[in-house]
Ligand binder design. Structure first.
Ligand SMILES: [Zn+2]
Length: 275
């Protein structure tokens, strides 16, 4: 089916659409998509993820889900690749591998992931913000846009950044614990850069399943560089929030995952590895 549509809107709809566009900074396509999605109830509002963050902490660094399969569950998200070979960002359906040189690489559909979280992006709320907030101030501001601490949110922050600091994990030999893999992480700094933060907010009660709180990966606008976000200072950005109250998990059917001891409390190791 052809996805383009030509339709003459009524004058009152045109006025309402222009007003919404001014208020939110969204494109007409985004507003129409969101409105149709709500009317037809097709937005699944579902987070899909493979494996658990505690398995990654424990060094289960090989998965059985291919990137080709992953993108059938979403067009927006983040994760990593087998052997922790860099950071994954999924934006507008395109998967990029941000390797330990800080550069973005195209990914084969056959590449596998030991941990990834994706959704079909559909902003429920959009805000234009023009304040030079640092990362902790940005998180405090984002807190005000999340109506509950008890569901997942996909979050996109797109625009200009005064400063961004990222890391990318280097490819590991088998079974390296996350904390050891991130101990030597290459760190990158960007100044006065255009780009996008792609990420999620995860409830605290899910802390063995996914990274609790905010977790972002950064991609420059030219899609050539980026990494796991450590710090930033925003310029003018558009923030989108996608409420995602449903979750689907696909656990790896691998001997490493099935044999791993996932009963331990990995909170401290995870915090040191990801923040
Ligand atoms: Zn990350």
């Amino acid at each position: 089916m052809n996805s383009s549509l030509h339709h003459r809107l009524s004058p009152s709809l045109q006025v309402a659409l222009a007003k919404r566009q001014r208020e939110t900074g969204q494109s007409i396509e985004e507003i129409v998509e969101a409105a149709l999605g709500q009317y037809l109830e097709v937005d699944e509002e579902t987070i899909f993820q493979t494996s658990t963050i505690s398995a990654l902490v424990e060094g289960v660094n090989k998965g059985d889900l291919t990137v080709g399969e992953l993108v059938t569950h979403g067009n927006f998200g983040l994760g990593t690749f087998d052997d922790l070979d860099g950071e994954m960002v999924l934006l507008d359906g395109e998967v990029l591998q941000l390797k330990s040189d800080g550069q973005a690489y195209a990914v084969a559909e056959s590449a596998k992931t030991p941990f990834a979280t994706v959704t079909f992006w559909e902003a429920d709320r959009t805000v234009v913000l023009n304040q030079p907030l640092d990362y902790s101030q940005l998180q405090a501001y984002l807190d005000t846009l999340l109506p509950s601490d008890n569901i997942f949110y996909a979050i996109k922050v797109e625009g200009s950044f005064e400063f961004v600091k990222t890391r990318s994990v280097a490819r590991q030999v088998e079974q390296t614990r996350l904390i050891d893999a991130t101990a030597q992480q290459p760190v990158f700094e960007f100044h006065q850069v255009q780009g996008t933060l792609v990420g999620f907010w995860t409830p605290t009660y899910m802390q063995t399943v996914n990274v609790p709180g905010y977790h972002f990966h950064f991609l420059t606008q030219d899609r050539r560089q980026g990494g796991h976000l450590l710090d930033c200072r925003i310029g003018q950005v558009t923030i989108g929030i996608d409420d995602t109250p449903q979750m689907r998990m696909a656990l790896p059917n691998t001997s490493d995952f099935l044999a791993a001891d996932l009963s331990k409390d990995t909170r401290e190791e995870l915090h040191q590895s990801e923040k």
